[in-house]
Ligand binder design. Structure first.
Ligand SMILES: NC(=O)c1ccc[n+]([C@@H]2O[C@H](COP(=O)([O-])OP(=O)(O)OC[C@H]3O[C@@H](n4cnc5c(N)ncnc54)[C@H](OP(=O)(O)O)[C@@H]3O)[C@@H](O)[C@H]2O)c1
Length: 345
């Protein structure tokens, strides 16, 4: 890596319509940013592919401003500190530099609350696949918003994806019985291996009939990442007093125009259920609570993960789209380079 003086960036060329295409982005090269006082220079090893990445490319009223044309596509990432001008962050440490985007290098303030650094021998893949965002989303979504209790019956959509797979294990570890929904038999078997009592293939099975058969009394908690038709079917299968946690609506992120409303929402009245939106960022002060629990569960063999890793900038578009086609299992990542290890660089 010594002498590597170029910063490659995959920037937004035009706003996508529907799924991102290779024509919507452009690979450009620029200078490696300078590492200023109090800063660290991070050489990114992994880029995180999250569903939110697609939503940040649209103009609109999201919770973050849209990525501008010419800016690197915004995403999380994780890399090695290759230069440090911060007293407490050593060269060689792993660093998740907030939302550095699709680029090789980023210089960031070491004291920024969204810059997290970890020891050089940290389990970076567990950090990315479980801790980064799924931990807080699954844990607080299920416990705070979903008011989960031991013995509850829980339904989880996109259960073979990164957030869903963590949610399955959180629910199981807290004593709930879990049914998952996923898009392939292979993912369903993996979800069952994580502790779901059953997992329904939404593409090949009659979802409504299978959910009725599996839980005739309905579900106490529905943790929903997908919206659309799956949400509508789940709304028919609520137990009295159920809690529906709206974590995301991935079936709608590439749609143009207004999505259709769920037609079965009147069942919320029949069951006196509630449906509540969840936003992980509002739990930032409590993140360590969820993180500590996930590391403890990992040590106890009660938190597994899969990292779905593709290689190089050229795979970014397909890897992001895999979240929408359902081709990913577990956490979708792009690895830019072999991990250079703790240095020297
Ligand atoms: N609110 C928050 O704070 C927060 C934080 C993190 C993530 N999220 C949300 O959580 C959701 C999952 O995100 P992720 O990054 O963890 O992705 P992911 O679950 O790893 O991947 C997305 C999965 O969604 C399923 N899916 C895609 N299109 C679908 C459709 N049309 N109908 C039904 N299922 C579909 C696919 O699984 P199958 O094909 O196997 O069904 C796909 O694998 C997203 O909605 C995201 O916005 C919210």
């Amino acid at each position: 890596m010594a002498g590597e003086r170029v910063n490659r960036q995959l920037v937004l060329r035009r706003r996508p319509r529907g799924m991102l295409t290779t024509e919507d982005v452009e690979l450009v090269e620029g200078p490696v940013p300078e590492c200023g006082d109090g800063q660290v220079l991070v050489r990114q090893v992994y880029l995180q592919m999250d569903a939110a990445v697609r939503s940040w490319l649209d103009e609109g009223h999201g919770y973050l401003p849209a990525v501008e044309i010419g800016e690197p596509v915004r995403s999380g990432g994780m890399g090695r500190v290759i230069e440090s001008r911060h007293p407490d962050i050593p060269v060689g440490a792993w660093c998740a530099a907030g939302l550095p985007g699709w680029q090789d290098h980023v210089a960031v303030d070491g004291d920024s609350p969204i810059v997290n650094h970890f020891p050089a021998d940290w389990d970076a893949l567990f950090q990315l696949a479980v801790i980064s965002s799924p931990a807080a989303t699954a844990y607080f979504g299920l416990t705070d918003v979903g008011e989960l209790s031991a013995g509850d019956s829980v339904l989880i959509s996109a259960a073979g994806g990164s957030t869903g797979a963590v949610a399955v294990q959180v629910a199981r570890n807290l004593g709930a019985s879990v049914v998952g929904i996923a898009g392939t038999d292979e993912k369903c078997r993996w979800v069952e291996s994580l502790g779901a009592e059953a997992c329904v293939n939404r593409r090949t099975e009659d979802l409504a009939a299978r959910l009725r058969e599996l839980r005739p009394q309905g579900f106490d908690v529905y943790f929903d990442s997908v919206g659309g038709e799956v949400l509508d079917i789940a709304l028919r299968r609520l137990a009295p007093g159920a809690r529906v946690v709206i974590v995301g609506a991935i079936s709608m992120y590439n749609a143009s125009g207004r999505p259709p409303g769920p037609s079965n929402y009147l069942n919320l009245i029949n069951t006196q259920a509630k449906m509540v939106g969840f936003q992980g960022l509002s739990y930032v002060d409590r993140y360590p609570e969820a993180w500590d629990l996930m590391w403890r569960w990992k040590a106890e063999g009660k938190m597994e993960y899969k990292a779905d890793v593709a290689r190089g900038f050229e795979s970014c578009v397909d890897q992001l789209n895999s979240l929408f086609t359902g081709a990913n299992t577990g956490k979708a990542l792009v690895q830019l380079i072999d991990d250079p290890g703790p240095g020297p660089y």
